[in-house]
Design a protein around this ligand. Structure first.
Ligand SMILES: NC(=O)c1ccc[n+]([C@@H]2O[C@H](COP(=O)([O-])OP(=O)(O)OC[C@H]3O[C@@H](n4cnc5c(N)ncnc54)[C@H](OP(=O)(O)O)[C@@H]3O)[C@@H](O)[C@H]2O)c1
Length: 310
């Protein structure tokens, strides 16, 4: 189990700061941080690559004075590959921006096919020894890559403590192999984009089309499938029926799902944040869970033997 420096358990949700400095001003980001703390969130996620360093810098400022109570995860290797020289340069910069000697959890941001995992994981092992990080994680890895990394890590006396895949009602691939692999290997899952980058708030079903999917071609493509938009429309309808915000339902559904990954939630301002945080205390009935679960197709099992799917 991952814990803060002061030994506390991590909160039920993590807050992701990818919007700090892009879409969220300094004041808005500070208010969002304060509201998360008031809701007892103690886990914040950032990355070397986010917003030219503002995400890490602002997070470092906001958590000043309560460092030991906060669990900070960051990521390196999104750009420049996962060879030790690049990772060292990025980690050094991240620690300076965050004004921290130690980052609690450091993820490799994505798999690099051009660098042997042995090299990268030896580097992680050295960082743990030097106490520049407390835990090692991987993000955007396929299940086979996670498994391979864990076995290499074991030979180095290292543990892959966490994985960070994408997961939401409209992105369910992780259910097939990533979550079961992580459960089997005792790797904690912190899953990102619980609202499908905003799609599941229902706002793209209305006239106002202001948000990431309208402004960012990469995200528009990621969520461009018509079926995903149909799911968002259906979730919105259900939310009207139950008088609960669709963002609350989308996040609470993850928290109640079979493998119960920790959702990495996010919002650009406190208005957006309120329905997201409401999911913390939303007691979803089994019936409502099933209704939401049936709004999106379940991915086929890894064997493709549909008749054996439970
Ligand atoms: N490892 C990785 O590769 C990776 C990738 C992505 C994210 N992450 C992490 O996961 C965190 C969360 O990811 P995400 O931002 O994609 O999560 P998300 O929860 O799927 O999307 C959050 C976005 O949805 C919109 N939104 C949120 N609440 C809303 C509301 N009530 N009404 C209307 N719109 C609302 C906002 O964007 P707009 O207002 O702009 O629409 C907000 O920034 C990130 O901060 C980051 O830490 C990691």
């Amino acid at each position: 189990m991952l814990v803060t420096m002061s030994g506390q358990e991590l909160s039920k949700f993590c807050f992701g700061t990818m919007q700090f400095g892009h879409g969220s001003t300094y004041d808005q980001s500070g208010s969002v941080y304060t509201e998360c703390r008031q809701s007892n969130i103690n886990h914040f996620d950032t990355a070397h690559t986010y917003t030219g360093g503002l995400s890490e810098t602002w997070l470092g400022e906001f958590l000043k004075g309560e460092r030991e109570q906060i669990f900070v995860s960051s990521k390196v290797g999104y750009t420049g590959g996962s060879a030790p020289k690049n990772l060292s340069a990025q980690l050094s910069e991240s620690r300076k921006r965050l004004k921290q000697d130690t980052i609690d959890l450091l993820y490799l941001h994505r798999f690099d096919p051009d660098t042997p995992l042995e090299k990268t994981l030896t580097w992680f092992s050295e960082q743990l020894e030097k106490k520049t990080i407390r835990y090692c994680g991987v993000s955007n890895f396929a299940a086979w890559q996670i498994t391979k990394a864990e076995f290499i890590a074991q030979n180095l006396g290292l543990k892959i403590s966490a994985a960070q895949p994408m997961y939401s009602l409209v992105k369910r691939q992780a259910e097939v192999e990533i979550f079961p692999a992580c459960q089997d290997l005792n790797i904690e899952c912190f899953s990102y984009s619980p609202l499908g980058a905003g799609l599941l708030t229902g706002k793209y079903q209305k006239q106002t089309q202001n948000g990431r999917l309208a402004n960012d071609a990469r995200y528009a493509k990621r969520y461009g499938n018509l079926e995903m938009h149909k799911t968002a429309t259906a979730l919105n309808k259900l939310s009207n029926q139950y008088s609960v915000d669709p963002a609350t339902l989308a996040v609470a559904w993850i928290a109640k799902s079979k493998y119960q990954p920790v959702p990495i939630v996010s919002a650009r301002n406190t208005k957006q944040l309120t329905p997201v945080l409401n999911a913390l205390n939303f007691d979803m009935s089994d019936e409502l869970f099933d209704e939401i679960n049936n709004l999106a197709p379940k991915p086929a099992p890894a064997t493709d033997r549909l008749e054996e799917q439970v």
